[in-house]
Design a protein around this ligand. Sequence first.
Ligand SMILES: Nc1ncnc2c1ncn2[C@@H]1O[C@H](COP(=O)(O)OP(=O)(O)OP(=O)(O)O)[C@@H](O)[C@H]1O
Length: 350
Amino acid sequence: MTAASAGTPAIPATGGPPPSVDPVRGRIEVRRLTKRFGRLTAVDHLDLDVVPGRITGFLGPNGAGKTTTLRMLLGLIRPSAGTATIEGRRYHDIANPLTVVGSALEATNFHPGRSGRNHLRVLADAAGIPGRRVDEMLELVGIPAAASKRAGGYSMGMRQRLGLAGALLGDPRVIILDEPANGLDPDGIRWLRGFLRHLSSEGRTLLISSHLLSEVEQTVDDVVIIANGKRVAQGTVDELRGDPTAFVRTSDPDRLASTLAGRGLSVARRDGGLHVTTSDLSMVGDIAHAADIAIHELRAEKTHLEELYFTLTDQDQYRNRNLGRTDERPPGQLPPPSGSPVEPTSEDRP
Ligand SMILES: Nc1ncnc2c1ncn2[C@@H]1O[C@H](COP(=O)(O)OP(=O)(O)OP(=O)(O)O)[C@@H](O)[C@H]1O
């Protein structure tokens, strides 16, 4: 069994980055970063700080501006304004960048006729990375058997793993992954979680984007949420979750409220029931039962983070500003010029 498939990844590397007193080492810093595509402002004065030894989730609904931000960080497109730096430097100013920052932006970006091993060899050769790293990385991400098969025949999950292997080739201190859980089955997502956790425990900096809170909530330490290119929330997952609450409906809310309060629980009455500050549903049920009070409904409520994210993904004004449907524009948003995309990517490269 490989280390990767056992769920306890071990990086055959230089042992991970040593502890450092360098204040910019492993840090990502984004300041007032802005990207306009024609009349659309895809990223709008965004500030972002990502620090070593933590996993930062970069979240937002489809079209929020996540990939555009990551592409600017990685020097693939030029900002309209503001800065995006890794260890205090723009990507293009980093000497031998693969040893500083590893990234996987799109799982489909492989030469379909090339084997997974050859794909990695090309990357390794270009960066002066020893060839033995290629097989080590394929083993590490759990696809050694697929190494000699054409990448064009890989499943989405295998492509994600190949992308991850490419990101890790240079043993980088900073790892940037765009929607890394896309296409992974539940086992794959569990594996990825352990894998990312291990990388961060080595002191590496991880920035991972997702449009699904549920996919990354268990994985990340810090969260930055953007919508319409702007930051709408940031903090640790615990801060943004807030206190867990249970919702309970009963035939006798007055008596249950005072019974629960008598047990030291904080209780608020609204929405036809009681909101109790606890994650322990059994305890609420047991207290009601002991007091002979009938319960009609008892459930865990969404956390503040879930509510916030739900609001962003559920409301039209936060969604898909430029996915070709002008009727989905937020109020006040100028229509994109006819035709899409507004500005061809190829013309946008620095
Ligand atoms: N080259 C481009 N030309 C024109 N518009 C673009 C271009 N690239 C991105 N956009 C637009 O910028 C906005 C942000 O897109 P981006 O891909 O960054 O969002 P995202 O948050 O990564 O979304 P998803 O979760 O769907 O990947 C969208 O409205 C998108 O249509």
